[in-house]
Design a protein around this ligand. Structure first.
Ligand code: GLU
Length: 494
């Protein structure tokens, strides 16, 4: 590509950052990074009633958290209101647009009539050819007007080559003279968006298929404004299993980026998941590093058909699409452990298990313990929750685990404290010595080690499953192991 690539993400700040919006941002960002271009953040805040500061902040925080750095902006559409208006007025002056005095009632009546007669319902052009005197007269009478774009009278079709969908065309005769400025003098979004894209020298517009209804009309505006239209790439929508658009109203928090942050997602894992929701590499590869993804990404491999967000509301095991969970688990289990330690820091502080273990002598133990326990985890939250017993003494017991591994085995009431006394004698506390002591104890009582080991797992960690028990014993440490085993009888009391 010879000319510089410039793309933009122009969210309307009327709510949280939706995962669909984030996906749009990701595709634009990847495209810019791949071509060494520019990624611009432009907040489309012209709808003053619905735009909020909170939403702007949420969008900025969400993009930052995802690691989608922008090269310019944030620009605010509202700052250019004067320019938008000027452009509409120029189009009027140049005869490329005209004042339309038709009232809402008149238009509605015509629409109904056309519908009844099964005719085209587009605007019939009543005001298109008013004489200057007629216009003056109506204005003098104080009649309100909108400004309509004068669609050129041409034969044939207008179209563009969509990078995802191929050739898209529309017959000129099917396009009505659309409104570009309301009767209150405010230009319509359709126009503002084009004016901003021209000013920002946008070369590629990558956006959802839900914006396609605007594209042909916007191409006409580019032409009228003497600008070359950018390349368009319309991405598939993301639907749920019932083929509905995913929204907060229907699906709740699961569609907001912030929620994934709160649930303990690794930002890049969410990016990786969202990319696959609408793009495919043409191979089986599912996990992509930042560099790999930038390399592999292309507009041509964006899927044509809608993507399915596989989420069953109310199923706690699948708190989001299972694919998202498994991708997150993959990163959680394979990323450098120091990075994981860094990501859970705030959570550990909040949960009151801050161990001051990021520096100094505890650091090695802390990192190796995180590394040990992560193999079964799915989110960063699991470290402070399921993993709490490794870092604190006030941990909870999973009721199922307690019942199965402890309460159903009343003999453990006596056995585990007795084992604790044997363990007192272990001098150097490591994998071999702990295993040796536990096995000898089981033998001496003619017991299967399994019963003791399962019981210990729950007594020591509160969990049903976990890493190998001797690893657990070493990670938790001699004194705490002995104290917890001695406490076993109390677990039967509750
Ligand atoms: N502000 C629009 C939105 O949030 C973006 C339109 C566009 O990409 O052109 O959906």
């Amino acid at each position: 590509m010879s000319e510089e690539v410039i793309v933009r993400f122009p969210p309307s700040p009327t709510g949280y950052l939706h995962i669909g919006g984030a996906r749009t941002a990701i595709f634009n960002w990847l495209f810019a990074r791949k071509h060494g271009g520019k990624f611009i953040l432009r907040i489309e805040d012209t709808d003053a009633e619905r735009s909020t500061e909170e939403s702007i902040q949420g969008i900025i925080d969400g993009l930052t958290w995802l690691g989608l750095d922008w090269d310019e902006g944030p620009y605010f559409q509202s700052q250019f209101a004067h320019e938008h208006k000027q452009v509409a007025e120029n189009l009027l002056k140049e005869g490329k647009a005209y004042k339309c005095f038709c009232t809402r009632e008149e238009l509605e009546a015509k629409r109904k009539k056309a519908l009844k007669e099964k005719r085209d319902i587009k605007y019939d052009g009543t005001c298109r050819n008013l004489s200057p005197e007629q216009i003056e007269e109506k204005e003098a009478a104080g009649m309100p007007y909108v400004v309509r774009f004068k669609v050129p009278e041409r034969q044939g079709k207008i179209g563009y080559d969509d990078k995802v969908l191929g050739r898209i065309e529309k017959d000129y005769r099917e396009i009505e003279d659309f409104v570009i400025m309301r009767s209150n003098g405010r230009p319509l979004y359709l126009l503002c968006n084009v004016v901003d894209d021209i000013r920002d020298r946008i070369t590629h517009i990558i956006r959802g298929q839900d914006h396609m209804s605007n594209t042909i009309r916007q191409i006409l505006l580019y032409e009228a404004l003497g600008a070359r239209p950018p390349v368009f790439a319309h991405m598939p929508l993301t639907l749920d299993l019932q083929k509905r658009k995913i929204s907060k109203r229907t699906h709740g928090e699961v569609v907001s980026v912030q929620w994934y942050r709160e649930m303990g997602f690794i930002p890049w894992a969410l990016v990786n998941f969202l990319v696959l929701l609408g793009w495919n590499p043409g191979t089986d590869q599912e996990i992509f590093s930042r560099e790999e993804l930038i390399q592999a990404f292309s507009l041509e491999r964006i899927n044509k058909s809608n993507s399915v967000f596989n989420y069953r509301k109310g199923d706690p095991k699948f708190f989001t699409d299972p694919k998202a969970i498994s991708i997150n688990a993959h990163y959680l289990r394979t990323m450098p452990i120091e990075e994981i330690a860094h990501m859970i820091k705030d959570d550990f502080k909040k949960e009151g298990i801050w161990l001051d273990a990021y520096e100094g002598e505890k650091k090695k133990w802390f990192l190796s313990t995180l590394d040990l326990i992560r193999s079964r985890f799915h989110t960063l939250k699991d470290f402070a929750r399921q993993g709490r017993a490794y870092f604190a003494d006030d941990f909870e017991f999973d009721p199922k685990a307690l019942k199965k591994n402890v309460l159903k085995r009343p003999e453990l009431k006596e056995l585990l404290p007795a084992l604790a006394s044997e363990l007192e004698a272990v001098e150097s506390w490591n994998l071999e010595t702990t295993e040796d002591a536990v096995r000898k104890f089981a033998e001496s009582r003619a017991l299967k080690a399994g019963i003791i080991i399962n019981g210990m797992r729950t007594v020591l960690t509160g969990q049903l499953k976990g890493p190998g028990i001797f690893d657990v014993m070493v990670a938790i440490g001699k004194d705490r192991v002995i104290a917890r085993l001695r406490n076993t009888p109390n677990l039967f009391e509750t």
